[in-house]
Design a protein around this ligand. Structure first.
Ligand code: NDP
Length: 299
């Protein structure tokens, strides 16, 4: 294997330490403690794990964590009323509604009821528009984490050819906007893209956000390219059918032979997502109080 491994776990720990240091200073100098409210509706097991993990890491960096667990049959009216209370609560600087929501709730309506300044997931339509027009916004956590790792690895991304495979609103599209903001030449590929192999082979930076286990093989990767694997897929363990294992959207073994740098799964993009959620909460808190934003933790 020739590629440098981009260690997302170590990088995320560094980001959390930076956040913790800034939070400690905010408390000491301004008497302000950033607060993150997480709203979970229903009992989806994966969502429960994420929410627990978010709450734990929020407290570890010195912020206040407010968890709101609602019954699966909570009405839209009650959920919107809770969000309105959180919007008006000055001790809450970030609000995250864990997705997916139960089917009877309109996710767009719910997300767009969050105060955009507290929308630490960056999914509110105002933040989407601000990002798309190159203005200061709250940036979705997963693409922000990818951007931070790319900047850390390369310094400037200016002029690089970037290919993002996947056009979802939470990963692919904001990732492409961020890369464009850093002056990459950006191509967004998706399920209808013709000759995806050739498109990928032109990439200096290849971001895979597809949701298909190990779909991208090494011979789609340009020698020396940087591969960011956003995918998290649980598959049957190849050596032990009773067990499962996590793999990304790229075939790690063959891609690592060709790439210049690559993020592993697990331990790549995944840990950066929660670290960026904490960074966004800190940013939101600084903005709400008219204070300087933390350096290196925003887009
Ligand atoms: P979505 O299912 O919303 O989007 C997948 C995208 O991949 C779509 O745009 C789709 O194209 C495209 N696609 C599907 N099949 C192909 C194909 N054969 N060739 C080319 N493109 C294809 O997924 P998400 O963006 O939400 O997530 C992507 C992956 O990232 C998942 O594995 C998810 O688990 C992971 N993820 C990881 C996070 C982390 O913290 N590390 C956070 C969020 C997601 P089309 O639009 O044409 O259908």
């Amino acid at each position: 294997m020739s590629a440098t491994i981009i260690d997302g776990k170590a990088f995320a720990a560094k980001v959390r330490a930076q956040v913790a240091e800034h939070v400690a200073r905010l408390k000491e100098e301004q008497g302000i403690t950033p607060g993150l409210a997480v709203v979970l509706v229903g009992e989806d097991p994966a969502s429960q794990v994420y929410v627990r993990s978010k709450g734990k890491q929020t407290v570890e960096v010195g912020m206040n964590s407010y968890e709101h667990k609602l019954e699966a049959d909570t009405s839209e009216e009650d959920l919107l009323a809770l969000i309105s209370r959180l919007n008006n609560d000055p001790s809450v600087h970030g609000i995250l509604v864990q997705l997916p929501l139960p089917g009877h709730l309109n996710s767009d309506l719910v997300i767009n009821s969050i105060d955009p300044a507290k929308d630490v997931d960056g999914f509110h339509i105002s933040n989407v528009g601000l990002l798309g027009t190159g203005q200061k916004s709250m940036v979705p956590c997963t693409p922000l984490g990818c951007l931070m790792m790319l900047r850390d690895h390369h310094g400037s991304l200016s002029g690089m050819n970037a290919v993002v495979v996947g056009r979802s609103n939470i990963v692919g599209k904001p990732m492409a906007q961020l890369l464009l903001g850093d002056s990459c030449t950006v191509t967004i590929a998706h399920s209808r893209t013709k000759d995806l192999a050739a498109v990928c082979q032109g990439a200096d930076i290849l971001v895979a956000a597809v949701g298909r286990p190990e779909m991208i093989p090494g011979d789609w990767v340009k020698p020396g390219a940087t591969v960011i694997d956003v995918g998290i897929n649980r598959i049957q363990h190849p050596e032990n059918p009773e067990k499962t294992k996590l793999v990304g959207d790229v075939d790690y073994a063959s891609c690592a032979e060709v790439a210049g740098a690559i993020t592993p799964v697990p331990g790549g993009v995944g840990p950066m997502t929660i670290a960026c959620l904490l960074a966004n909460t800190l940013t939101a808190c600084c903005r709400a109080n008219g204070l300087a934003e933390p350096e290196g933790l925003t887009a």
